[in-house]
Design a protein around this ligand. Structure first.
Ligand code: FAD
Length: 380
């Protein structure tokens, strides 16, 4: 076994770290406060190849491995999880889903623009009555020969207002249950496609979360991904990889909060000495450092499994479950170490604490990850 990163991975880490500090850090507090989408920063991330990291170069991607992607996600998320969720959705749900399961025509038409960052994508599975229970799709895609007629509502869609290309999951044949579900590529501007109001959120406030309404939207049949009835499998397979990205986001939030807390603990004095010299604070830092390292190993292992053609359903669920728990616990402790300063915006840790919470909810809640993990270990 070799735990060291390659030179290329170290270069990617440095490039993502520099981008986070130079481009994301300025204005991150204001974007959070005002719920401003980081348009300029996402455009630059696209130009630098961070929006199609794992996509083949023939489709304008960077042709990198999953490990490169999680390394970049960690660094970006240390500073701005609102920007990193855009990177995550575009890379692992939209680009990867299209590259793995789309046909050549769809890749030429859509993937090339998404991977270069010319346009942003969204992944639309959740509905008002279908969250964890994603098989209960109420959105319908009725087969009309050469096209589908799409009706229904999706909610909580990341990049909902900003995206141009939407991968939409919908029920075509209810009698066939989850085998009657399809995944369709829908373009912004198609007749009958409306974007609902933006959500006012606890965290990742710079990201753009909307509900979407489809009223008799005519979607050409060539926009269906895979065979008829492949939609649910498409969603589950894509989310399995997506979880590695969200686990890396959680890892980054935790690591960002830890780095700030470590620095603060060495500077802030109480009772005549730096607070890091009080064992209660030193032990918090020890716990944080240990948990973050454990989370990082789970995330890297899952990325390694994906890169080596192994089944990563179990490892990605474990990585997401654990890294998101560590993100939550670490950010709470980082606020505590900052004392009163932790409670105000200037010190960043309160934002990281708010941002951490979503990593336990989206792309499968922690309870759903435990279902995936327990089913996997019990069936063997
Ligand atoms: C900011 C944000 C961005 C999002 N982005 C997207 C996106 O881009 N695309 C998309 O499709 N969705 C997105 N989502 C939706 C997200 O994936 C869902 O919110 C999530 O899957 C949970 O679904 P739900 O909200 O309906 O909760 P519910 O499914 O109603 O769950 C409520 C609670 O019950 C628990 N629960 C449910 N079933 C079980 C069970 N069988 N056993 C034990 N506990 C259970 C859950 O864990 C949870 O604690 C986003 C959500 C948010 C908040």
């Amino acid at each position: 076994m070799d735990f060291s990163l390659s030179e290329e991975h170290i270069m990617i880490q440095q490039a993502a770290r520099d981008f986070a500090n130079n481009e994301l850090l300025p204005g991150v507090i204001e974007r959070d406060e005002n719920q401003t989408f980081p348009h300029e920063q996402i455009k630059k991330l696209g130009e630098l190849g961070f929006l199609g990291m794992m996509t083949d170069t023939q489709y304008n991607g960077s042709g990198m491995d999953t490990l490169s992607y999680v390394i970049a996600m960690e660094e970006l998320s240390k500073v701005d999880a609102s920007a990193s969720v855009v990177v995550s959705v575009n890379n692992s749900l939209v680009c990867w889903g299209l590259e793995a399961f789309g046909n050549e025509e769809q890749k030429q038409k859509y993937l090339s623009r998404l991977a270069s960052g010319e346009v942003i994508g969204a992944f639309c599975l959740s509905e008002p009555e279908a969250g964890s229970d994603a098989t209960s799709q109420k959105t319908t895609a009725i087969d009309k020969g050469d096209h589908y007629i799409l009706n229904g509502t999706k909610n909580w869609i990341t990049n909902g207002g900003t995206a141009d290309i939407y991968l939409v999951i919908a029920q075509t044949n209810r009698e066939k249950g989850h085998k009657g579900i399809n995944a369709l590529i829908v373009e912004k501007g198609m007749d009958g496609f409306e974007i609902g109001p933006k959500e006012n959120k606890l965290g990742i406030r710079g990201s753009d979360t909307h509900s979407l309404n489809f009223n008799d939207v005519k979607v050409p049949k060539e926009n269906r991904i895979g065979e008829d009835g492949f939609g649910f499998k498409f969603a589950m397979k894509t989310l399995s990889g997506g979880r590695i990205g969200i686990a890396a986001q959680a890892l980054g939030i935790a690591a960002g909060a830890y780095e700030l807390a470590l620095k603060y603990a060495k500077e802030r004095k109480a009772f005549g000495t730096e607070i890091a010299n009080h064992q209660a604070i030193a032990f918090k830092l020890a716990d944080m450092h240990t948990q973050i390292e454990a989370a990082r190993n789970l995330v890297y292992k899952s990325a390694w499994e994906k890169d080596n053609g192994k089944n990563y359903d179990l490892s990605s669920a474990m990585a997401k479950l654990y890294a998101s728990k560590v993100a939550m616990e670490t950010t709470v402790e980082a606020v505590q170490i900052h004392g009163g300063n932790g409670f105000v915006k200037d010190y960043h840790v309160e934002r990281l604490m708010r941002d951490a919470k979503i990593t336990q909810i989206y792309e499968g809640t922690s309870e759903i990850q435990k279902i995936v993990i327990s089913r996997s270990i019990l069936q063997n």
